[in-house]
Design a protein around this ligand. Structure first.
Ligand code: FES
Length: 329
């Protein structure tokens, strides 16, 4: 096992199985069989792969199962090796270093729920679906969009849920290989103040959901991109980063991430995912305002920390340093 970060849990893979040709499920437990820190519905954890990458995955089992974290990993052939390392190299009996889950989506109480999953985006929504059913909600719909039945993780389980006796919830499967592009408008046309909409999918599908729900109250719509955050986006502004330990001033161009600019100045900050999901590149934020774009920091952490792989200054200057550092005198 490759060591993770201080504070990580050391868990054992208690089971692994293929859900589809590209998706492998890992069942992670305490080696002594103990209770694990809670994993609220929609939360995600970060683990260290056998190849040494830090990667974040949604916890897909219901929060009531306190003895395990179940994750489903899609092998990304074009990725940077993190998912391939997990799918190819991690097997039952292996140990793995895991940071305790962090709340991702957050499940808001509502009269009705609509979940929209694109491909592997089913993973957080599966746990949330089980949770709302366990809370007694019955007006629940899952729209699950995949390419084909064979590429539909948890297909049989979800269909069995929908077929459960006297439940009003609905599972709609749509396979683009046979049925073409899904038309979401009939589901999103009429805003519903009693409904909470959760969507987890690729950036393209999320953009579509966002566009089709512009007339909804923002508090009813929750979107999560399972691919993480793009390091740069159009309209970024240049700024100056002050490195607290030395006072060095580093210019960050609009076309460069804070992480890359620091590396270019010889300030090597450990990093892994490059997409704001793993927490490895965390720095102390000592001065200035930041546009936080990561999926890691809790709201209460954002005044004092920053993920430089995706976040950048909202002010002309920010002062950062390794965790634990203090502002220059
Ligand atoms: S490198 Fe993973 S959050 Fe920055």
């Amino acid at each position: 096992m490759i060591d993770g970060l201080p504070g990580d849990l050391r868990l054992v893979v208690a089971g692994d199985r293929a859900l589809t040709p590209a998706v492998r499920e890992l069942d992670l437990r305490d080696p002594a069989g103990g209770v694990l820190p809670p994993h609220p519905a929609g939360s995600h954890l970060t683990l260290t792969t056998p190849g040494g990458h830090r990667r974040s995955y949604s916890v897909t089992n219901p929060p009531s199962q306190r003895d395990r974290y179940v994750v489903a990993v899609q092998r990304e052939a074009a990725g940077r090796g993190g998912s391939a390392s997990l799918v190819d190299d991690l097997r039952t009996g292996d140990e793995v270093s895991v940071a305790a889950p962090r709340d991702g989506f957050g499940l808001v109480d509502a009269e009705r729920y609509l979940f929209v999953a694109g491909g592997i985006g089913i993973t957080p929504l599966r746990g949330m679906l089980h949770e709302v059913l366990a809370r007694g909600h019955r007006d629940v719909t899952l729209l699950y969009l995949t390419r084909s039945p064979e590429e539909t993780a948890y297909r049989d389980e979800l269909l069995a849920l929908a077929a459960g006796e006297d439940l009003a919830h609905v599972v709609v499967l749509h396979h683009s290989a046979s049925a073409g592009r899904a038309d979401l408008w009939p589901w999103l046309e009429h805003p519903d103040d009693g409904l909470q909409l959760y969507a987890c999918a690729s950036a393209g599908l999320l953009e579509e959901v966002r566009a089709l729900t512009v007339h909804w109250r923002p508090s009813r719509v929750h979107l999560e991109d399972f691919t993480g955050v793009a390091p740069l986006r159009p309209g970024g502004r240049p700024f100056t980063a002050v490195w607290a330990p030395t006072g060095a001033r580093v210019e960050v161009a609009a076309t460069t991430t804070l992480l890359d600019a620091l590396a270019g100045a010889g300030l090597d900050v450990p990093s892994s995912c490059g997409s704001g999901t793993c927490g490895t590149c965390r720095l102390a934020l000592l001065d200035g305002d930041v546009e936080h774009r990561d999926l890691v920091l809790r709201p209460e952490e954002r005044a004092t920390a920053v993920m430089p792989c995706v976040s950048r200054a909202a002010s002309a200057e920010v002062t950062v340093g390794p965790v634990g550092s203090t502002a220059p005198a």
